[in-house]
Design a binder for this molecule. Structure first.
Ligand code: UD1
Length: 416
């Protein structure tokens, strides 16, 4: 098992380019299943979740070939309709194949995702609304077996703007005659990206990026070449890293509007940021404490809560976080405390008394974003921090060690 050895404190300097967004490519890869026409996707990030989704597609009969500047997909001959427990247990996003398989084959068997480190994460919103479209379900032996012979367009008001449910329902509806309308839809940029991809294939989806999405059924799709948006969560993670280490770093390859709320929050805190079309230049800044509450897009993303907490540990004074999306997303707290941070938890609130010196210690990654927070904290901790179980990081940060080292950090990946 790999671990990272990070020597701190360190200064960063230079330019870092973010990868294409994993959370955009996961549903786009699932959407490959809806079409029998050739698909080319550019710059897939080399990440464990992406590799898992590729394996899942291959298990279902999709032919995948790597080329110099793209990956090609041929889903013309699907040979299965089942996402097994073995794959789903390692990646909850496997549930994304449910909608596409129903749209294409009228049947799907998908293992229930089960619990995960950051909470129970049910799929009731996915199932309840697929049922409204006419899907019949049976849940047995840990699997959702579903079939649909005659799907009907209808209104789908979501009880919560779930990202995954919005994406699954969009994909399930693309061939349904008439207008399917998702209300209270999630508005994340990755939803718009999926809609752009599906529309480029010939689907008819309007309103993605707003809370009302209208899908008008089409009869067939065409071949497509597509590249997903840059990873806004990865970008913000490097921006936080630059601020924590009081460095000058240019983070490029994403649309800064996709983290508009985060950048506004940082500016309110005193961050000296130059914001371009596809980059953010971070300059040395003196920051003030802040209060944040995670919320669905366009609010503060839960996927940046842990990294924000790492940043707060560096800012003298009292900062506050309220986590409103996942019920158990504070597992980085005891690890940050091991580095010397002072953080008190009460329910879904965290109180951070920042500005205390951090000192290297062995710490353990618990989930993807928590791991990123520990790496950031290690950059400013005195001595060599050992970050264990970094396989979590490989789910979502492409070449994190190499990218940080190119900025001047001292990060070594070693096999335990
Ligand atoms: C996606 C992102 C994840 C991010 C999350 C919230 C991907 C691959 N993952 O996850 O990185 O943290 O959005 O921004 O894009 N819920 C239910 N019932 C459901 C569905 C969701 O109760 O049927 C709850 C979840 O338990 C959670 C909340 O709604 O508490 C948000 O979940 P959701 O928006 O669906 O997140 P994901 O699509 O799983």
């Amino acid at each position: 098992m790999d671990k990272l050895l990070i020597e701190g404190p360190t200064n960063l300097n230079g330019t870092v380019k973010v990868s294409r967004a994993k959370n955009a490519y996961l549903p786009i890869l699932a959407a490959v299943l809806v079409s029998d026409k050739p698909i080319k996707l550019k710059n897939l990030p080399d990440l464990r979740d992406i590799r898992t989704m590729l394996r899942l597609l291959q298990n279902l009969g999709v032919k995948i070939d790597d080329h110099e500047d793209h990956t090609s997909f041929d889903a013309s001959q699907l040979t299965g309709h089942e996402a097994t427990y073995e794959l789903v247990k390692t990646m909850r996003a496997s549930i994304f194949v449910l909608g596409p398989l129903l749209a294409r084959l009228g049947k799907a068997k998908v293992s229930l995702p089960g619990g995960c480190a950051i909470g129970t994460r049910p799929i009731d919103i996915h199932l309840k609304n697929l049922e409204k479209l006419g899907v019949e379900f049976e849940i047995s032996s840990g699997y959702v077996e579903s079939k649909s012979s005659n799907l009907k367009a209808c209104h789908l008001p979501l009880s919560f703007p779930s990202v995954g449910a919005t994406e699954n329902l969009m994909m399930a509806s693309i061939f349904i005659d008439g207008e399917t309308i998702i209300e209270n839809a999630a508005r994340e940029p990755e939803i718009s990206d999926l809609a752009d991809f599906l529309n480029a294939m010939g689907a008819s989806i309007n309103g993605a990026g707003t809370s009302k999405i209208t899908i008008t059924g089409v009869k067939e799709l065409n071949a497509v070449e597509y590249e997903a948006i840059g990873d806004r969560i990865e970008a913000a993670t490097y921006i936080f890293g630059a601020l924590m280490t009081e460095s000058e770093v240019k983070v490029e390859g994403m649309n800064p509007k996709h983290i508009g709320f985060v950048l506004d929050t940082l500016k309110d805190m005193g961050a000296n940021l130059e914001i371009g079309e596809d980059f953010v230049l971070v300059r040395r800044s003196k920051l003030k404490p802040v209060k944040i509450k995670t919320a669905p897009y366009p609010g503060f993303p839960t996927d940046l809560q842990a990294q924000m907490m790492a940043l707060m540990t560096k800012i003298p004074g009292n900062s506050y976080i309220e986590e409103n999306i996942f019920e158990n997303r504070f597992m980085h707290v005891p690890e940050l405390v091991r580095l010397g941070a002072k953080i008190n938890l009460s329910g879904n609130s965290a109180f951070v008394e920042g500005g205390r010196p951090l000192k290297a210690a062995p710490v353990m990654c618990t989930d993807l974003r928590a791991s990123a927070a520990l790496v950031l904290a290690a950059l400013v901790s005195e001595g060599e921090t050992e970050v264990r179980r970094v396989y979590h990081l490989d789910r979502g940060y492409e070449k994190l060690d190499q990218k940080l080292n190119s900025l001047g950090a001292k990060v070594k990946k070693v096999n335990e």
